[in-house]
Design a protein around this ligand. Structure first.
Ligand SMILES: [Zn+2]
Length: 190
């Protein structure tokens, strides 16, 4: 142990041998300052996956990091839940026969519904207006894609937040937090 004095601004110099040991030799290294019971812990900053804590192969999404393994697992999970259902197969078949223009029109209209969710995303997801939108969404999917049962709808609700591609496209288009709001509103459907 070594005792050092702070300067007028509260700065201290971290001993060089410790900077070498902890690989913080380069100027501008980010240091996390962590209050603990014992005192202040200084730790070399390291971005980690919000799910598993790994620091490998990270992707930044909405201010948080996710590793590619976790992203892949989430996508596989969503696919496993939905990829095997009749409704999903039905949807895939329809999607195959649709022209690009049709697909874009449909997804555009669907995005408009998400847009309406986005406008009320700071309100209560159990409110009448949010619940009306849930019914609108369900009916729209049934009319245009496949019969969207309550079970399927609930699964979609989870997928909108668990599948980063869905979450990102919804939030990018309709505002940060929309996917989560839609998911909560669906979960609250009676
Ligand atoms: Zn991870």
């Amino acid at each position: 142990m070594e005792t050092r004095k702070t300067d007028a601004l509260g700065r201290i110099v971290i001993p060089k041998d410790l900077r070498i040991k902890y690989d913080i030799m380069s100027e501008g290294s980010d240091i996390d300052i962590i209050p603990t019971e014992e005192g202040i812990l200084l730790k070399k900053h390291c971005d980690t996956c919000a799910i598993c804590g790994s620091s490998n192969d990270l992707v930044n999404y909405a201010g948080k990091y996710y590793c590619r393994t976790c992203i892949k697992n989430l996508n596989t999970e969503a696919k496993m839940k939905w990829g095997d259902t009749e409704a999903y197969k039905d949807y895939q078949k329809k999607a195959e026969n649709m022209s690009e223009a049709d697909k874009q029109l449909l997804s555009g209209e669907l995005m408009n519904i998400f847009g309406e969710f986005g406008e009320i995303k700071s309100s209560d997801p159990t409110s009448d207006s949010a619940q009306e939108l849930v019914l609108t969404l369900q009916k729209y999917i049934t009319d245009n894609y496949y019969k969207c049962t309550d079970d399927i709808l609930r699964g979609l609700g989870q997928m909108y937040v668990n599948d980063m591609r869905f979450k990102k496209s919804i939030d990018d288009t309709c505002g940060e937090g929309t996917a989560e709001f839609v998911s909560k509103a669906i979960a609250a459907k009676k």
